[in-house]
Design a binder for this molecule. Structure first.
Ligand SMILES: [Zn+2]
Length: 238
């Protein structure tokens, strides 16, 4: 009986190992998806800023062109003004010159605004580049790492499941049946006595129970949590 209970502790360890692997197996893809979402957000944010920059660069070029055309036009009008004979014609050209001067002022202001935005966005993108590239590289390597772990975990699980078979075979069927029953819905179905208490729920064990546990004649469950309690005198437990 005593050896059977010790074997049970060993089985528990293997089962915990399997549980941990199964947990990781479902956690890896979830974590990878989270990291991918973060990476997409970062890339989207950056490309949105790059698009804004392109728009303002083309805005800058547009107003620069308009400005050049208007200035060219203004020069032509000013030249024409000197060749005019009649007052009426003079007034008309003068009006056009005033309109062109207004337009030039406006184009100039627009060009300045676009220029400011272009510089602001270029600075921002420059400032953020190093951090962005470092974070992307970090995310890519973390994702690759998780994918590699996810790819090998099935093999690891299979290996531990094989080991479990051998360990379970060593446990007497009667003890194994109790273990399997208690294990349903509980982590650690079998626990050691620790400082006179159940190692699962820390409820104190009566002196009588401790005596029985020491003798190891039968399977003893904790009154508090129902776990199988084992007096493990191989170490300094108890
Ligand atoms: Zn307990």
């Amino acid at each position: 009986m005593k050896q059977g209970l010790f074997d049970l502790l060993g089985l528990q360890d293997v089962d915990n190992e399997i549980d941990a692997l199964q947990k990781n197996k479902s956690a890896y893809p979830r974590r990878a998806a989270e990291l991918r979402a973060e990476m997409d957000d970062l890339k989207q944010d950056r490309s949105a800023k790059e698009n804004q920059l392109k728009q303002h660069e083309s805005g800058f070029n547009h107003f620069l062109q308009q400005l050049n055309i208007a200035e060219e036009n203004l020069k032509k009008h000013q030249t024409r003004l000197q060749e005019i004979k009649t007052n009426r014609e003079y007034d008309a050209v003068q009006q056009e010159i005033i309109a062109l001067e207004h337009a030039i002022e406006e184009y100039f202001a627009e060009r300045e605004r676009e220029d400011e935005e272009v510089r602001r966005l270029r600075n921002l993108l420059d400032e953020e580049r190093e951090r962005f590239e470092a974070r992307i590289a970090e995310l890519e390597s973390e994702i690759a790492d998780l994918e590699e772990k996810a790819a090998t975990i099935d093999g690891e699980i299979a290996r531990v499941v094989e080991k479990r078979k051998a360990v379970a075979e060593a446990v007497p069927p009667r003890i194994l049946a109790v273990y399997e029953r208690v294990r349903r819905g509980k982590t650690n179905a079998v626990v050691r006595v620790s400082r006179g208490a159940c190692g699962g729920c820390w409820r104190s064990l009566s002196p009588q129970k401790l005596n029985e546990l020491r003798m190891c004649n039968r399977i003893i469950a904790c009154d508090g949590c129902g776990r199988i309690v084992v007096w493990d005198d191989r170490e300094s437990a108890g």
